[in-house]
Design a protein around this ligand. Sequence first.
Ligand SMILES: C[S@@+](CC[C@H](N)C(=O)[O-])C[C@H]1O[C@@H](n2cnc3c(N)ncnc32)[C@H](O)[C@@H]1O
Length: 197
Amino acid sequence: MMWDQRYGEPGFAYGTEPNDFLRASAQRLPAGGEILSLAEGEGRNAVFLARLGFRVTGVDSSAVGLDKARALAEQHGVHVDTAVADLAEYDLGVARWDGIVSIWCHTPRPLRERLHRGVVAALRPGGVFLLEAYTPDQLQHRTGGPPVAEMMMTLDAVRAELAGLELIEARETVREVHEGKYHDGTSAVLQVIAQKP
Ligand SMILES: C[S@@+](CC[C@H](N)C(=O)[O-])C[C@H]1O[C@@H](n2cnc3c(N)ncnc32)[C@H](O)[C@@H]1O
């Protein structure tokens, strides 16, 4: 499995610091709430949120990544729950989470559409969804992300998938991303913060 291989390398593929957009926007998540982090990987974002006092569950298909996530949490004296699962099969639940976080969670489009509809149902009233992902323009930058546009996201598509949530922030933008050797340089990204009424 490609991700197990990448996470089997020494060090942390995307570093141990949280994603910049998450760091800047975490105060939008309901304080102390239960947060689900989709495609959590090696734990940098989950651990950041746990250190802020959120109760965090990270789901990812890579057992190797989530083993490192639990070790990183322990190192920081916090706990994160982990679930090794393919998002195609993972049950997000209904009115289950105060926040759902999606950082670079790139899947084939049909799965993404299902997942985002699931996110709308899985948030509690007042719950917040926070996403950063590459847009198809990222293919021109080649500084990280999947190799095909089909796995990237546009604002128009994601807005439609999140019908039922109110968009608090939503933009396509170009920014510097420096998160380890796999995400490094000028990048075309989508940033969304959306709330369930
Ligand atoms: C670019 S990494 C990002 C990891 C983490 N969100 C971060 O920002 O450090 C993408 C992650 O998506 C996970 N992933 C991709 N497809 C998945 C799927 N269908 N189900 C569960 N996890 C998946 C991979 O295992 C990998 O950890």
